[in-house]
Ligand binder design. Structure first.
Ligand code: SAH
Length: 377
C-alpha cells in the first residue's frame, strides 16, 4: 500500500488545500484547520482517532486519507551526562540524527537539515558523508516531534517544557536547504504551533553568505556562524566554503544581519584544534575581527571521531585563548562537550546513508522482488 500523505510540515494554507482536495468543503476545512493544528502541535496527537472534539465521521475520513506518522526511530542512545541521541529513518537509506541536550535551565534539541553534507569541513565527521538529500519540512519537524514524544513533553504550551530551545546544528548546512528549514521553523515558532520564541531558535551556518540576509528577514531566528579560523589561508582549508565566501564577506553579512543587537548577539563558533587555530595571536585576531559586531564567542573543544586528522587543544591552551577573549568582554565562552560517549557531540554526527545510484537501486529492488517471489507463502 502506498504511504498516505502527511499533514506534518504543511503550513496552514497547505493543510487547508489538502483537506479541500480530499473532499472537505472549503469553509469546513478552514474551521477544522485550527483544531487539527492544535491537536498535532500543541497536544502531539499521533492519530486522528484521539481528536475528541472532532466529529467521528471526520476523524475516520482523515485517518483514511492522511497520516501523522513520525520518522521511524532506529536507535535511541542515552549518554552518561543525560544527552540523548536518536537515529531516525524515513525511507530506504534516509537516516539522520537528532540530539537532546538537557541543562539546568533549558533543554536544547540539535536538529539536522540534510542527510550528509556538501561542505567537507576537515574537522567534522558529517563532512565525510556525502550529501544524500535535503530533509523535507516533515522530516525536520519530525525530529522535534520524536524528541517531544520520547520526553513526554506535551502539551507544547505547558510551563515546564523540556524542549525549550532548538538549534539547527545537526547534520547538514541549513542554508543549503533554505525553503524546507524555513517551513519547519515557521511551525516551531508559531504561537499556535510548537510555540517556541524565535529567540530560542538558532540557525548555524558555515557561511553561505548570500542566504544570510534572507535568513534574517524570512526566518528571524538567532544566527550562529561556524568561523573556526581568522585567516583565509587556514579557513580555506578547514572550512572550504571560505574559498567561495571569504571571511571579510562573511563578517559583512553579520554586520548587516537584520535584528542583530546587543540583546540578540550573533554567536561565533570556534573549534579548538591543537596547533592549528589555537595560538594566542589567533585569539587576538579573533577579537579584532569581531569588533563592532554584536557577538558572542563559543569556543568548542574539538570532539574526536575515528580517523579525524586533528586533536583537541590542551586545556591550558584553551584557557589562555579564552582569557584573551574574556578580557575583550566576551563572557564564559567554552562549550562543555556533551554526549561524547555516544558520539552525539558537535561534529560527531554521521549516518550510514549513502546516495545510491539509480542503477544500483533498481538492481537491489529487482533482487528483492525476486527473493520475495521465491519465498514460500
Ligand atoms: N553546517 C552548519 C551546521 C552544523 S553546526 C554549520 O557549519 O554551522 C555543527 C557545529 O559543530 C559547527 O559549528 C561545526 O563547525 C562544529 N563542529 C564540527 N565538527 C566538530 C568537531 N569534531 N568538534 C567540535 N565541533 C565541531
Amino acid at each position: 500500500m502506498a504511504a498516505l500523505p502527511s499533514l506534518i510540515g504543511l503550513d496552514p494554507q497547505g493543510v487547508t488545500s489538502a483537506l479541500v482536495e480530499a473532499g472537505t468543503p472549503e469553509k469546513a476545512a478552514r474551521m477544522r484547520l485550527r483544531q487539527l493544528w492544535n491537536w498535532i502541535y500543541v497536544h502531539g496527537a499521533r492519530d486522528f482517532g484521539a481528536m475528541s472534539n472532532l466529529a467521528k465521521d471526520f476523524r475516520t475520513q482523515m485517518a483514511e486519507q492522511f497520516t501523522l506518522a513520525r520518522p521511524e526511530v532506529v536507535t535511541e542512545q542515552i549518554s552518561g551526562d543525560g544527552t540523548r541521541k536518536w537515529l531516525l529513518r524515513t525511507g530506504a537509506g534516509i537516516e539522520f540524527e537528532t540530539v537532546y541536550i538537557p541543562e539546568k535551565d533549558r533543554g536544547t534539541l540539535c536538529v539536522s537539515s540534510q542527510v550528509g553534507c556538501t561542505l567537507t569541513c576537515k574537522f567534522c565527521h558529517t563532512g565525510t558523508q556525502k550529501l544524500v538529500r535535503n530533509l523535507t519540512p516533515a522530516e525536520i519537524l519530525g525530529q522535534v516531534l520524536i524528541a517531544k514524544d520520547a520526553l513526554e513533553d506535551w502539551p507544547s504550551t505547558g510551563p515546564d517544557r523540556k524542549v525549550t530551545n532548538v538549534v539547527m546544528m545537526g547534520m547538514g548546512e541549513p542554508l543549503y536547504n533554505f525553503d524546507n528549514v524555513k517551513a519547519a521553523l515557521a511551525i516551531v515558532t508559531d504561537g499556535d504551533g510548537l510555540a517556541l520564541s524565535k529567540r530560542r531558535v538558532t540557525l548555524s551556518t558555515a557561511g553561505v553568505v548570500p542566504m544570510i540576509p534572507r535568513a534574517g528577514a524570512e526566518i528571524g531566528s538567532g544566527l550562529a556562524i561556524s568561523l573556526h579560523a581568522v585567516r583565509n589561508e587556514l579557513r580555506d582549508v578547514i572550512v572550504p566554503i571560505n574559498k567561495k565566501y571569504p571571511i571579510s564577506e562573511l563578517l559583512e553579512a553579520c554586520r548587516t544581519y537584520p535584528g542583530a543587537s546587543n540583546s540578540r548577539r550573533i554567536t561565533f563558533e570556534y573549534v579548538m584544534l591543537k596547533g592549528v587555530n589555537d595560538s594566542l595571536a589567533d585569539a587576538r585576531e579573533l577579537v579584532r575581527l569581531l569588533a563592532g559586531i554584536p557577538a558572542k564567542i563559543n569556543l568548542i573543544p574539538f570532539n574526536p571521531w575515528p580517523g579525524a586528522p586533528y586533536e583537541c587543544s590542551s586545556w591550558s591552551q584553551i584557557e589562555k585563548f579564552a582569557q584573551i577573549v574574556n578580557d575583550a568582554g566576551y563572557a564564559s565562552p567554552v562549550r562543555t562537550p556533551r554526549g561524547r560517549d555516544i558520539m552525539a557531540a558537535c561534529g560527531q554526527l554521521k549516518s550510514e546513508s549513502v546516495k545510491e545510484r539509480a542503477s544500483a537501486r533498481l538492481a537491489a529492488e529487482k533482487l528483492q522482488s525476486g527473493q520475495l517471489a521465491r519465498m514460500p507463502s
